[in-house]
Each structure stands twice: as structure tokens, then as C-alpha cells.
Design a protein around this ligand. Sequence first.
Ligand code: ITT
Ligand code: NA
Length: 199
Amino acid sequence: KRLILATRNAHKVTELRAILEGAGLDVELVGADAYPEIPDVKETGVTFAENALLKAHALARATGHPAVADDSGLCVDVLNGAPGIFSARWAGTHGDDKANLDLLLAQLGDIAEEHRGAHFACAAALALPDGTERVVEGRLEGTLRHEPAGAGGFGYDPILQPLGETRTCAELTAAEKNAISHRGKAFRGLVPVVRELLG
Ligand code: ITT
Ligand code: NA
């Protein structure tokens, strides 16, 4: 049995493989890169869940295999939840992690510690070729540093310090991040659903 990872973000693929392989599912995990002819779907949803479902359905329909997708982002309290679903293109160019992070830090300026609350959010969607769908969401709460620290992870990891941690997400090992992350929580929550629906 094949399960498609409906993402073109290599960092997500790495994290998803580790999370899902750790769950011992009896499936072959295949990245969307195995299907270069399938065009990217427009993320027209207004929530993480809607966008994750759009991505999962597009791959499931086009490949005839079940697909899981991730839509995720950083939600900043003092910005009323922005960048949110626009996290990947906050500074204009899709996937320019450094520009996105620099812009966000500039927008926060030297706002005090107690106003630097934020969380990562992830919606994990499963879609079957017949249209069946499920979504599970996960969050990682934290505070935003004034300066980036650490070289691991991707995106906004160098500025998000999880509650109860002294390190940023980019200073955690991959396993430490997966154990507490929005993505880890969402996809571990999706595993029993995958087991039930894929048999
Ligand atoms: P796909 O749609 O192909 O999956 P994408 O990178 O476009 O890839 P999203 O639209 O879900 O994915 O955008 C996710 C953005 O949110 C990502 O570019 C980061 O800026 C941020 N983000 C999500 N998860 C993150 C994490 O674990 N650590 C740091 N930043 C994260
Ligand atoms: Na998105």
C-alpha cells in the first residue's frame, strides 16, 4: 500500500517520514516529487485545514492513492494570528524562509517579552481517491526571540522558543522537535485514522 506525502517542501518530507515511520504504519511513503507531472494546487482556503485538504485531495485524485498533506504556519498573538496561512510567502516570495523571518522580526521590533507569544499550527489531512477526508490539527506554543538562533529545522524555527524550553526550535535535534511540534502532534493524531481507513 502506498501513501502519498502531498508536499513539495523537502523539510516537511523529512519530518513527515520520521514521524510516520516511527508510527509503524504498513505503507510505502512516497513523496509528491515522484509525480512531477501533477501541478501544484492553488491554496485558496482560508484555514490551515482547508488548504491541507485541497492539497491531499489533489494528489489522491491524480494518483489514485491515499494522500496526506500538511498546511502549517506561525501565528503571532500581537499580529492577530498573522502570518498564519500566509507564513510561506509573508515577505512576498513563496518559500523564502530568510526574508519571511527577517520581515517578521522587523515587524515585531523590540516589543517586550510578554507580548511575544506565538504558536506554530499544523493541519494534517488525509484524503482517499474516493473523496473520503479527515483532518487533525496540532499546535506548538512559544515565544519569539529578538534574534534568530540555531541552524536546524526550517522556516521560523530559529525564532520560536517553545514554552518550557531554553532553546529555539532550530536548536533542538530533529527528534526533539518532532516530539513536541505542531506537525508531530497533528500527524501522530492522524495515524490511527490512517490505520482505520487504509486497513
Ligand atoms: P507545501 O504546500 O508543498 O506543503 P509549503 O512550504 O508551501 O509546502 P505551507 O503553505 O504549509 O507549505 O507553508 C508553511 C510555512 O509555514 C513554511 O514555509 C514556514 O514558513 C512555516 N512553518 C511551517 N511549519 C514550520 C516549522 O515546523 N518550523 C518553522 N516554520 C514552519
Ligand atoms: Na499554506
